[in-house]
Write a protein that binds this ligand. Structure first.
Ligand code: ADP
Ligand code: UDP
Length: 232
């Protein structure tokens, strides 16, 4: 199959029919804009399964997504989207770059979820953009920004209880959206321990990519634990 794109975490192939692409989830992990790299055994399988499970469930809750079907343990077929060049981050608890930017301690609860937009641009290190920056760059119209924000908040409202039922706190996560050939705005990419911060409800133990980013150890075990809880 023709490789269309090789990213840091996935390979994207031309699909078996037009309008489809095949996403293969790799075990490779990168952090800090590609400066830190490692292989995390089993990560691709976990992320493919978790993404399939969550996208299927979100679809049932009325969210339009690119998900079509799981092909094998690390491969999903999805609708080919024209991706919007923004990463949409939703935050329920202070962590990561928000803690650094504001000085608020990690683990501070956020009453009204915070939505942020980052420019998908590796050369620039995916910088944070405000609404005026987005307009200046022409990445999305103000109307589209409003729709992305609303959609991301809807997904958050669904995912917080989804993870709470699994004794997990959804601290923050990143979404990507794109346009389907029919002109519908759809949720694309993945939702996995690579793209979410997930803390154990009781112990606050981090069960996500922060274990790799911060050299906390037990990386593979954390991914397996998320697999168990999400697939249960
Ligand atoms: P990165 O590009 O950040 O290294 P990945 O390794 O996850 O990330 O690569 C996957 C690429 O596929 C991303 O650029 C993502 O925007 C893109 N993508 C996700 N879903 C779709 C889709 N449905 N159609 C086309 N491209 C997609
Ligand atoms: N995130 C992501 N891809 C990115 C940047 C962030 O999936 O390129 C996710 C990350 O896993 C976390 C959330 O978005 O769940 C917020 O990340 P943050 O801005 O705190 O960045 P970091 O601490 O990773 O630099």
């Amino acid at each position: 199959m023709k490789l269309l794109y090789e990213g840091k975490a996935k390979r994207v192939y031309e699909g078996s029919e037009p309008g489809r692409v095949r996403m293969e989830f790799k075990d490779s992990a990168t952090a800090f804009n590609g400066q830190k790299r490692a292989e995390i055994a089993g990560k691709g399988v976990v992320n493919a399964a978790v993404t399939a499970r969550i996208f299927q469930w979100l679809g049932g809750q009325g969210i339009e997504t690119h998900f079509l079907e799981q092909i094998d343990d690390r491969t999903l077929d999805v609708e080919r989207l024209t991706m919007i060049g923004l990463e949409v981050v939703v935050r329920n608890w202070v962590a990561g770059s928000l803690a650094q930017r504001t000085g608020l301690p990690e683990g501070t609860p956020i009453e009204v979820p915070v939505v942020e937009f980052y420019y998908k641009n590796d050369a620039l290190g995916d910088p944070l953009l405000n609404d005026d920056h987005i307009r200046l760059l022409g990445v999305a119209s103000p109307d589209l920004v409003a729709r992305l924000r609303q959609q991301a908040l809807r997904v958050n409202q669904l995912l917080v209880p989804f993870f709470r039922q699994r004794r997990l706190i959804l601290v923050d996560f990143k979404l990507e959206f794109g346009w389907s050939p029919s002109g519908a705005l759809k949720l694309g990419d993945e939702i996995s321990p690579d793209t979410c911060r997930l803390w154990d409800e009781a112990t606050r133990e981090r069960l996500d990519k922060d274990r790799f980013r911060r050299d906390l150890g037990g990386v593979e075990e954390a991914y397996q634990e998320i697999y168990r809880r999400v697939m249960a």
